[in-house]
Design a protein around this ligand. Structure first.
Ligand code: AMP
Length: 421
């Protein structure tokens, strides 16, 4: 019988790499807390409607990529493909806005999308992200960008850029869509079949198209910047000025747009320089109209980003940024079966209560094999516990790093080790 394998597009994070994940997650938490963001954990699955309305029927995610199924009570549920709609749902459902007009939330979670797996594109992947819910001030937009940048900088990443644009408000976008359609009309037949559909349903998404002929057409397309209302332009100007004041380098990318109507004002991306085709490390922006889309009674302003962890790991590996692993244990206790094994087992238990990390032999192997095991664990000390040692209550504590050894009374062992660590 063929052995069972993992599902295509998923990954086992094995002990030799889980340290990299912890390193990134710890850095994310540290920086989030520095900015006053608190962690939120929402369920891994939600009613399908949340994403259909909160991401939009016309997006690739909703139309092609969601893991959606009927549960046993025939309710349609979906594995979370992104974090923003669930966080907004939780914010509204728990009335978080009542207790604090500004809610700064972050998450680190797995996401699920049925995409074609390739390097940097998985079916279960992980994101960290922030949502700053409440303020419409440009400071909030810039703060989210700074959080992201601080995380990348703290991790040592050098090869990345920030791209930014404004998609304006509903009025700006309406005006822009008309302009774009007018511009594309004479070239309609040169658009790819998908963009021909987008022309009617969601023309702004044509700007995202990777097809070369569409791309070529768009070189001289009107820019959304020219269609921004005065308010939208003032918001964007302030965002850029704050970035300048805080010495953030960015590129304005006029084609960085989000096709959905609830996105407003700022849109930005973090682009990894060494990532090849899947080079987006993260993307974010303002979405003042999303809350109403999923049932809020009044406008709830919000801005945030989501960033991929797998791609960040790839970027960090290419810049050689992970520190040496430091998961040594303090002591390995070698024993010789029978009473020595029981005594070693108990001693280990006592030392662990003193905050000392200890491994004991679990396979009854030879001393040589046990010392090899101690090396695999990177043990600082080895304690060799035979019959004689049990009798005398004293044993040799070998310092495997300094290649020294010292005889210690078992009763003083914890103190001795703590003094030397
Ligand atoms: P999005 O939610 O599509 O804006 O994606 C935000 C970030 O998540 C991207 O910039 C990627 O770093 C990461 N990401 C999105 N989809 C995937 C995927 N299928 N596999 C791995 N990372 C992904």
């Amino acid at each position: 019988m063929k052995s069972i394998q993992k599902i295509k597009g998923t990954q086992d994070i094995l002990p030799d790499t889980s340290g990299k994940w912890q390193y990134i997650e710890n850095t994310v938490r540290t920086i989030m807390e520095r900015y006053g963001y608190s962690e939120i954990r929402t369920p891994m699955f939600e009613v399908t409607d949340l994403f259909a309305r909160g991401i939009g029927q016309l997006t690739d995610i909703v139309s092609k990529e969601m893991y959606t199924f009927l549960d046993r009570s025939k309710k349609s549920v979906t594995l979370r493909p992104e974090g923003t709609a669930p966080v907004m749902r939780a914010y509204l459902e728990n009335n978080l806005g009542e207790s604090r007009p500004v809610q700064k939330l972050y998450y680190i979670s797995p996401m699920f999308r049925q995409e074609n797996p390739q390097a940097g594109r998985l079916r279960q992947f992980h994101q960290f992200g922030v949502e700053c819910i409440g303020p419409q001030a440009p400071e909030a937009d810039v703060e989210t960008i700074l959080v992201g940048l601080d995380i990348y900088q703290e991790l040592g990443l050098k090869n990345f850029t920030v791209k930014i644009n404004s998609v304006g408000d509903a009025q700006s976008r309406f005006a822009y869509k008309v302009k774009l359609q007018e511009f594309l009309k004479p070239h309609f037949s040169q658009l790819c079949p998908t963009c021909q559909q987008r022309y009617e349903t969601n023309p702004m998404r044509i700007l995202d198209c990777k097809n070369e002929s569409c791309n070529a057409l768009l070189t001289n397309a009107p820019r959304i910047f020219e269609a921004l209302t005065e308010e939208a332009r003032a918001h964007f100007d302030k965002v850029l000025s704050l970035l300048d004041q805080n010495e953030v380098k960015y590129e304005i990318d006029h084609r960085l747009v989000r096709g959905l109507d609830y996105y407003t004002y700022t849109a930005y991306e973090f682009i990894g320089g060494a990532l090849g085709a899947q080079n987006a490390l993260g993307g974010g922006g303002r979405y003042d109209l999303l809350a109403e889309e999923i049932g809020a009674k009044k406008q709830t302003c919000a801005v945030g980003f989501a960033a991929g962890i797998e791609r960040l790991i790839m970027a960090m590996e290419s810049e050689n940024l992970f520190p040496e692993r430091n998961d040594r244990i303090d002591v390995f206790i070698a024993t010789f079966g029978g009473a020595t094994q029981d005594a070693g087992f108990k001693l280990a238990h006592q030392l662990r209560k003193e905050n000392i990390s200890v491994v004991t032999e679990l396979m009854g192997r030879s001393l040589k094999a046990q010392m090899r095991e101690a090396n695999r664990y990177g043990a600082r000390f080895a304690l060799i516990l035979g019959e004689d040692e049990l009798q005398s209550g004293r044993a040799a504590l070998k310092d495997l790093v300094k290649s020294e050894q010292k005889e210690v009374a078992l009763i003083d062992l914890a103190e001795e080790i703590k003094n030397q660590l």
